[in-house]
Design a protein around this ligand. Structure first.
Ligand code: PMP
Length: 401
């Protein structure tokens, strides 16, 4: 391990020797600058935002606005297009309600067979209210969205294409250009679920040509309970609010109300202020990191995982076998062993993994499996984690097979 990556890892106090934390796709750990920012907010600026005129209320309002700006900078978008939500799930539900209410009977939404339930169930609930049809892009044998099916799946009725930017099971990164081109050709909007993309470097959202982007703070080295929906300003204007309450209004009368403009329209009630401040600090910290070197290191470690798993009898990898178009998320099946048993034995060796369907049951059905075991890396992962992973896997095989 280089001294630069060792220094990076030292910024995560929870990563003590003896722990191989390979569950970052579920929740990534928080570095000192994020922990410090949250502590500073909670100990010297804590108050509610917007409503107050006292100095703490002003400091909190300023910190919350700064957080929005920092998140926007990480995504190369204007700050007034960033809506703070509770997480990816909340962001997608917001779009399903607000954008969904603009749809007409007969309209269609295109998804894929590998979506996290957060990008499937809200659309099923919308379709169940009547009139909207869901169509699915199939999944290839190596766990990618089959983009060759785009022409046959999209049509004049398609109003939205909503896909995982990176699969939380197979690690496959979707090639957005053909998706955006196909959607544009029929006048459809595009939503990307970026939950598993944003922890692996800044995303230039403007360059993608999409309309909505959703992700969670807790996978981005920030606190739980906060997330982001980025939407084009014209869509924030066009969509009705999802939740009603304080802060999202322009004027309220007993007979009815009018709405605030911009992100405020979609941020009813007190937002997760401290968590948003932490997310802003995370984005600020991430923006200054050497991403080419980090990506190279994540790829090298992913290759080690893939090589070692491919050489292990009984192991089947659910995803691309090489590094091309692949994030550092590696799920596998160990024939004859239940993923929960594998995870439990590996935990006893200090390896934190995730076992189960990873909120992607249809995808596991595609592979004729009920679940899988997943190792996911982050910028703090190193060779000791991978060494420990293979020691744990050897122990799991010895005990279970
Ligand atoms: N989409 C993807 C691709 C995910 O990996 C996750 C989290 N596992 C989610 C959505 C849901 O995120 P959250 O639970 O933070 O709302």
């Amino acid at each position: 391990m280089s001294s630069a990556s060792a220094a990076l890892r030292r910024q995560f106090p929870i990563l003590t020797p003896g722990l191989a934390y390979l569950d970052s796709a579920a929740s990534a750990q928080m570095p000192v600058p994020v922990l410090d920012a949250v502590r500073t907010f909670e100990t010297s600026q804590r108050a509610n935002v917007k409503r107050g005129v006292h100095r703490l209320a002003e400091a909190a309002t300023e910190a919350y606005a700064q957080a929005r700006g920092r998140v926007a900078a990480y995504l190369s978008v204007p700050a007034d297009e960033i809506v703070f939500t509770g997480g990816t799930t909340a962001s997608i539900n917001l779009v399903a309600h607000a954008f969904g209410s603009l749809l007409k009977p007969g309209d269609e939404i295109v998804l894929s067979g590998l979506e996290h339930h957060a990008n499937l169930v809200p659309w099923q609930m919308l379709a169940a209210r009547g009139g909207i049809t869901l169509r699915f892009l199939p999944i290839t044998g190596d766990g990618r969205i089959d983009l060759s099916a785009l022409p046959a799946t999209l049509g004049p009725r398609t109003k939205l294409v909503t896909l995982a930017h990176v699969s939380n099971v197979t690690g496959a990164i979707v090639d957005t250009a053909p998706v955006v081109a196909a959607a544009k050709a029929v006048g459809a909007r595009v939503l990307l679920d970026g939950a598993q993309r944003v922890p692996h470097g800044p995303v230039d959202i403007g360059a993608l040509g999409i309309d909505f982007y959703a992700f969670s703070g807790h996978k981005l080295f920030a606190p739980h309970g906060v997330g982001v929906l980025w939407a084009k300003a014209e869509l924030l204007d066009a969509m009705p609010p999802f939740m009603g309450g304080g802060e999202m209004i322009a004027r309220v009368e007993l007979s009815g109300s009018t709405w605030a403009k911009g992100p405020a329209k979609f941020e009813a009630g007190t937002p997760p202020i401290g968590a948003a401040v932490g997310m802003g600090a995370a984005c600020d910290w991430l923006s200054g990191l050497p991403w080419a070197a980090i990506a190279a290191e994540e790829s090298r470690l992913t290759q080690r995982l893939l090589d070692g798993l491919q050489a292990t009898p009984g192991v089947r990898i659910l995803g691309p076998s090489g590094l091309q178009g692949r994030a550092p998320v590696v799920s596998f099946d160990l024939a004859g062993a239940h993923p929960h048993d594998v995870c439990q034995i590996m935990d006893s060796k200090g390896v934190a993994l995730r076992g189960g369907h990873h909120c992607a049951q249809p995808l596991h059905g595609r592979f004729d499996l009920a679940g899988s075991t997943r190792a996911s890396l982050a910028l703090y992962s190193d060779d000791s984690d991978v060494d420990r992973f293979f020691e744990g896997l050897a122990e799991a095989r010895r005990v279970l097979l």
